[in-house]
Design a protein around this ligand. Structure first.
Ligand code: NDP
Length: 478
């Protein structure tokens, strides 16, 4: 079994311990062995990044462009191979795995272009003979902490802008999906990334993640994951006065009005709620459905949901892959029980035993629910969706906004007036009309409001807000 090492200061360094990465579609299948880093490894990686920082900050935009462009090209060329690895270690279907790898390639190519477009402002001072210049500079050494649910896209959308804007990086990926992060590190190394500019330290969040967040020489932390870990990181960064960017959970509403196209609404909800096994922070977990269309919508969605094929992520016929691990599956099943206890009518949601050992769960629909139930307040992060019946548009928008989260919000309607109203009044960072709440473009901002996100947005040109710092220079021309 191949051992995969950490990349620190341009060297692949072995570790005393390696973790087994297992396939959630077949737990007998070990994907690989991956180094478990230590606090000392983090210290070495941060030291290497700090040493490399002045050189990378001074590298020409062309140099940064060429590195990111080359990584993007290699990801695209080998999308099939890496997509297969992704599906094998995370459990999303092969089509989704390849699609996510292509997304990572697009992100690298986008930020290759952005490296050439770092702009500033030149202004006349309010005082005579003085010029004022506002320029963007790298932040320095950035710790990136990523989750398992988008194991290649999220490391890409944090690492690519960090490098494009001249920062050095220490990446700690989720312990469940180390293969994809290792691919990114390998490609950066192969494409000539200077030693120390990009470092990979794999290992547990409580050890490696904590050591990155608290290291005195880290300038900023970008994190995606749970609310609990994100809140902890925000507290530490606040105390240490370092920049932080958090992407956390969602409890995203999808409103279906009486005037919606039924097929469009069912398709958007089926995709948004259940695809990628519901393991998306943008999943449509609360379907808020107007009374007039409610019964027809539920009947059609239920039929479509029950027809979804759950199975091995690598089987081309599979539409819903396994849940990522036993812990997440147990948590999902506990929410299915809770739904019953809270008085919902539950369709599906049981654990499935297939020919090979894996973490399979039938998708679940919770009917006759209210927005105050815990199943409608807490992020489940599995293939589970609730239906909440409402009387009219006003009640729909009130229920949609009645949540501590604010990531994505959707509406299915043929009314321009309601679509426009919803776009303005939805308390969310992203709004979808006649589209699933999940599924976004790579070149525009991603992020939410309230409990979902903290700090500047990720992706697109807005990524510069987090990954650069602004300097204002005054020059007296005498
Ligand atoms: P975590 O927040 O624990 O993990 C996210 C990342 O943070 C991982 O790399 C993890 O490492 C790391 N980490 C954990 N503890 C620390 C720490 N003290 N300091 C620094 N880094 C740390 O989420 P889980 O993977 O445990 O998932 C739990 C729940 O979180 C899910 O059920 C879901 O609700 C939510 N979630 C949300 C995501 C989103 O996209 N918004 C993505 C993933 C999960 P390690 O994996 O090694 O523990």
């Amino acid at each position: 079994m191949t051992k995969h090492d950490n990349l620190i200061g341009g060297k692949w360094l072995p570790s005393n311990t390696y973790s087994e990465n297992r396939n959630p579609s077949n737990t007998d299948d070990v994907v690989g062995l991956y180094a478990q880093g230590s606090v000392d490894d983090v210290d070495a990686a941060v030291t290497a990044a700090r040493k490399a920082a002045p050189g990378w900050a001074a590298a020409t935009p062309q140099t940064r462009h060429d590195l990111l462009e080359a990584v993007g090209r290699k990801l695209a060329e080998r999308a099939e191979e890496y997509g297969r690895l992704l599906s094998r270690e995370e459990g999303k279907t092969l089509a989704e795995g390849i699609g996510e790898t292509m997304r990572a390639a697009q992100v690298f190519k986008f930020f290759a272009g952005e490296a050439l477009r770092v702009t500033g402002d030149m202004q006349a001072s309010v005082r005579p003979d003085i010029d004022v210049e506002v320029t963007r500079e790298p932040v320095g050494v950035i710790g990136l902490i990523t989750p398992w649910n988008f194991p290649i896209a999220i490391p890409a959308w944090k690492a690519a802008p960090a490098l494009a804007y001249g920062n050095c990086v220490v990446l700690k990926p989720a312990d469940l999906t180390l293969g994809c992060a290792h691919v990114i590190a390998t490609l950066l190394d192969e494409c000539g990334c200077p030693p120390g500019v990009f470092n990979l330290v794999m290992g547990r969040g409580s050890v490696v993640g904590e050591a990155i967040v608290t290291h005195p020489d880290v300038d900023a932390v970008s994190f995606t994951g749970s609310v609990a870990t994100g809140s902890h990181i925000a507290e530490v960064c606040g105390r240490l006065k370092r920049k932080c960017q958090l992407e956390m959970g969602g409890k995203n509403p999808m409103v279906v009005l009486d005037d919606a196209d039924l097929d469009v609404a069912v398709s958007a909800c089926l995709n948004g709620t259940f695809f990628s096994t519901g393991q998306r922070c943008t999943a449509s977990s609360r379907m808020i459905v107007q009374a007039g269309i409610h019964d027809a919508f539920v009947e059609k969605l239920q039929t479509a949901m029950l027809a979804l094929k759950v199975g091995d992520a690598l089987d081309p016929a599979t539409q819903i892959g396994p849940v990522v691990d036993e812990k997440q599956l147990s948590s999902n099943l506990a929410y299915v029980d809770l739904a019953r206890k809270e008085g919902a009518k539950v369709i599906g949601g049981e654990r499935l035993e297939l020919a090979v050992p894996g973490y399979f769960q039938a998708p679940a629909l919770f009917l006759e629910t209210t927005n105050s139930m815990r199943i409608n307040r807490e992020e489940i992060f599995g293939p589970c969706g609730s239906v909440i019946k409402v009387a009219d548009f006003e009640e729909a928008i009130t229920v949609a906004n009645d949540t501590e989260f604010g990531l994505s919000a959707g509406i299915c309607t043929t009314s321009l007036k309601h679509a426009r109203d919803f776009k303005r009044r939805a308390r969310a960072g992203m709004v979808m009309v006649n589209l699933p709440t999940a599924g976004v473009d790579f070149h525009v901002p991603f992020g939410g409001t309230r409990g979902s996100s903290f700090g500047p947005r990720e992706q697109g040109r807005y990524a510069a807000e987090f990954f650069t710092t602004v300097k204002t220079s005054y020059l007296f021309a005498g």
